[in-house]
Write a protein that binds this ligand. Structure first.
Ligand code: C5P
Length: 294
């Protein structure tokens, strides 16, 4: 990267838990989720330019509807910045897959342009702006391990979860309005009270282990009906040897924690040989992470 531009990594996430507490009057749902960023990342570059523009390695996202472009436009609007930027998005995270790629790209653009334009928004101001772009964008401003509540905007950083290798299987998705369509199918019988997520957060705070019995996703049944390949993906993941296979976000990606790297390599290769898009990645934390004392 030339010294005039800035390069920012936009990391994917998985939801170790995702509980839906109920529907709110504003149309959103109240959630409790323990989220974890992954090494798997898109790469965002921002270069000084008189105007705002975006290019993306994924041709269908190389336009101004990209959330990364909307993030730049929103930052310019609230700060009154008059400068532009040439935004480049190199995708590695599958699109609309439940791994937060679009939200993470938007958060990375906010961080990159906050620096490039030297607009100096505080963390709180950036978080408020992030939420206007999408409910899980605030989480990605910092990433790592976090307890996420409310609509997604109440983010409590946790110490790093004791996790390392993670295998992710991403079946084909549909990008059009996916999250809203999946939330629209949530029924009261999918509601839980958040106890599992709070228990897991408590273990992580106490630097305990992270057993997969704590993993949970309220969208599991809805996603299996909504995505044609989801049931087969889940079954195949189990057949290659993974015992606890969990949905991420509103799907359709699944993840599982292998006991070691070698087993993770085997799962990934076996899934790929069955024609799936599969990744061997690791839990990821920002090098400058700081957890405020409780
Ligand atoms: O935040 P985002 O724009 O990605 O959310 C898309 C849609 O998903 C929302 O408009 C809402 O219908 C639904 N949603 C929800 N509860 C949340 C987050 C999203 O019902 N906590």
């Amino acid at each position: 990267m030339s010294d005039a531009g800035i390069r920012v990594e936009a990391h994917a996430k998985v939801n170790l838990t995702l509980e839906i507490l109920g529907k709110r009057h504003d149309g959103y749902h109240n959630l409790v989720s323990v989220m974890q960023t992954l090494e798997l990342h898109d790469t965002i570059t921002v270069l000084p330019s008189p105007t705002l523009s975006i290019t993306c390695s994924e041709p269908s996202l190389s336009n101004e509807d990209n959330l990364a472009f909307k993030a730049a436009a929103a930052l310019r609007a609230v700060t009154g910045a008059t400068r532009g930027a040439q935004i480049g998005v190199e995708k590695a995270i599958p699109v609309a897959a439940g791994l937060g790629g679009g939200s993470s790209d938007a958060a990375a653009v906010l961080r990159g342009l906050n620096e490039l334009w030297n607009v100096g928004l505080t963390a709180g101001e950036l978080a408020s702006l992030a939420f206007t772009l999408g409910a899980d964008v605030p989480f990605f401003l910092r990433g790592g391990t976090a307890l996420v509540q409310g609509r997604g905007d109440d983010v409590t950083p946790l110490p790093p979860a004791q996790l390392d290798w993670i295998v992710v299987l991403s079946p084909e998705s549909f990008a059009d309005d996916k999250t809203r369509r999946l939330f629209a199918q949530v029924q009261p019988r999918h509601y839980t009270r958040g106890a599992l997520s709070h228990k897991l957060a408590g273990r992580i705070r106490a630097h305990g282990d992270v057993p997969p019995q704590f993993f949970f996703n309220a969208f599991s049944e809805i996603a299996v009906d909504a995505f044609p390949q989801a049931q087969r993906a889940f079954n195949d993941f189990g057949e290659v040897g993974a015992r606890d296979v969990v949905l991420s976000g509103a799907g359709p990606s699944f993840f599982a924690v292998p006991p070691n790297r070698e087993t993770g390599v085997a799962w990934q290769l076996l899934l790929q040989s069955r024609g799936w898009r599969a990744f061997l990645t690791r839990a990821w934390w920002s090098p400058d992470r700081q957890v405020a004392p409780e």
